[in-house]
Design a protein around this ligand. Structure first.
Ligand SMILES: Cc1cc2nc3c(=O)[nH]c(=O)nc-3n(C[C@H](O)[C@H](O)[C@H](O)COP(=O)(O)O)c2cc1C
Ligand code: SF4
Ligand code: SF4
Length: 423
């Protein structure tokens, strides 16, 4: 029996799945339904001076027949009165004492931070999340990503929060920076107990090509919004991994960005996250997705012999290195399973036009193409386009060369195998 309990920076929840601060965590009724569905924690929709939102405010990125692979919003923080939010937080915490409620906050002055932190803790918050990440609207008012992009301001406001808070403080980082590490370190310098990332990515999700205005359209105008959903997961994983492997950063991480199922969550945990937050997938499919996430995670842990979440937090960080430390003598070639192949020829087109021209028609006239292994550089493209799972596999080649990296080669310490496909 595995134990899914998560302890992220001292915030304990029955499982590592938290609602991210966003519409699904906007009210007590919603958060309570989410807890009933199985979510372990919820980061309440950011509280601050209530704002007025625009209509419309969301946009979806469709790719082929897949809808909302990416998602974008120009929504701001809560538009509900603070008193209402605090009363609902109090009520929810009382009814669900074992679940984690993290209150997301965004205000301006030191006095305002002091006041809103006290009220959040009085309402029963198990932790705070400082929203230094919103990339639209609030940053024009000097908050959100305007704070997250400036390490000295990030550190200073974090230190105010730590001065006033008696519960753990997470700093939510913006991905709208060229290197996430100095920003994580800034939060650490300010005394943060942990960081959460990513918030949304500054973006325009599309253009209405008949009305000549970007979307989402607000009358005759639009503005840049925050990008999220499945499509941003690779960016989020990179940023989480960058922080987790930095020798100068040593805080717990709550991973966010494009999580759609248990497998995505496991990827975040393996790259260093202790809890995982979800927004867009819940907006698209509802709270019930957590049932499969809990079941899938439990089965994964059983299969790998992990008893607790901590058993595998960061287990893939050691496998994330610089390009110069990769083994240039490691070699693979594509192999086609003739029995599985449906003869669609997609691999041949891709290899000929997008790779190394080494998949050819079968001279015997069957529809199963032939890989010229002497020319194959092992790039994976054919495997990526092949519509039949496991029909193309990448087989390791024993080329007789010992491992050798670029950095070793430059230092005269490695002999590299002859290049393929470079003639
Ligand atoms: C409509 C919408 C509103 C959001 N509002 C907030 C917010 O108030 N505070 C906050 O910290 N993040 C907010 N976010 C960002 C999410 O919490 C999350 O960081 C981001 O969407 C990435 O996760 P996802 O890919 O699972 O959606 C919002 C996202 C969306 C889509
Ligand atoms: S791995 Fe790359 S080079 Fe090799 S056959 Fe496939 S597409 Fe061509
Ligand atoms: S893409 Fe896959 S199924 Fe199609 S021809 Fe190539 S190997 Fe066969």
């Amino acid at each position: 029996m595995v134990d899914l309990t998560s302890n992220c920076a001292g915030i304990i929840s029955p499982n590592p799945f938290w609602l991210a601060s966003a519409p699904p965590a906007n009210s007590g009724g919603q958060v309570q339904r989410a807890f009933d569905a199985g979510w372990g924690g919820a980061v309440w929709k950011t509280l601050g001076t209530p704002i007025q939102n625009v209509s419309s405010r969301f946009g979806g990125l469709n790719v082929g027949d897949r809808r909302a692979v990416g998602f974008n919003n120009i929504e701001l923080i809560t538009d509900r009165p603070l008193e209402t939010n605090f009363a609902e937080i109090y009520d929810t915490k009382k009814k669900y004492p074992k679940h984690a409620i993290i209150v997301s906050l965004m205000v301006e002055t030191k006095e305002e931070w002091k006041d809103i932190i006290k009220r959040s803790i009085d309402a029963g918050a198990d932790g705070l999340e400082l929203n230094f990440g919103c990339p639209h609207g609030m940053c024009e008012r000097g908050m959100g990503s305007a704070v997250g992009q400036e390490p000295s301001v990030n550190s200073e406001i974090t230190s105010w929060a730590k001065e006033y808070s008696t519960v753990p403080v997470l700093v939510k980082l913006t991905p709208n920076v060229s290197d996430i590490v100095p920003h994580g370190i800034a939060a650490q310098r300010g005394g943060a107990d942990g960081v959460s990332l990513i918030n949304t990515i500054k973006s325009i999700i599309g253009v209405d090509i008949d009305r000549f205005v970007p979307v989402p359209r607000v009358g005759g105008q639009s503005t840049n919004g925050g990008y999220c959903g499945a499509a941003v997961r690779p960016i989020a994983l990179h940023m989480v991994g960058q922080l987790a492997r930095s020798p100068h950063f040593d805080l717990p991480i709550s991973g966010i960005g494009g999580v759609t199922n248990w497998r995505d969550a496991v990827e975040f945990i393996l790259l260093g996250s202790t809890s995982v937050q979800v927004c867009t997938e819940v907006m698209l499919k509802g709270y019930r997705i957590v049932e499969d996430m809990i079941e899938g995670l439990s089965e994964y842990m059983t299969t790998h012999g992990f008893e607790t979440i901590d058993d595998f937090v960061g287990k893939a960080v050691q496998g994330y290195s610089e390009w110069g430390d990769l083994d240039l003598n490691y070699e693979t070639v594509a192999k086609i399973d003739a029995d599985a192949c449906i003869g669609c020829q997609l691999c041949m087109v891709a290899c000929h036009d997008g790779a190394h021209q080494c998949i050819h028609p079968d001279p015997n006239g069957t529809r199963v193409p032939i890989v010229d292994e002497d020319e194959c550089v092992g790039c994976n493209l054919c495997k990526i386009v092949c519509p039949v799972p496991d029909c193309i596999t990448m087989a390791e080649v024993d080329n007789g060369f010992s491992p050798g990296t670029w950095n070793q080669h430059v230092a005269g310490q490695a002999k590299l195998r002859p290049k393929k496909g470079a003639h």
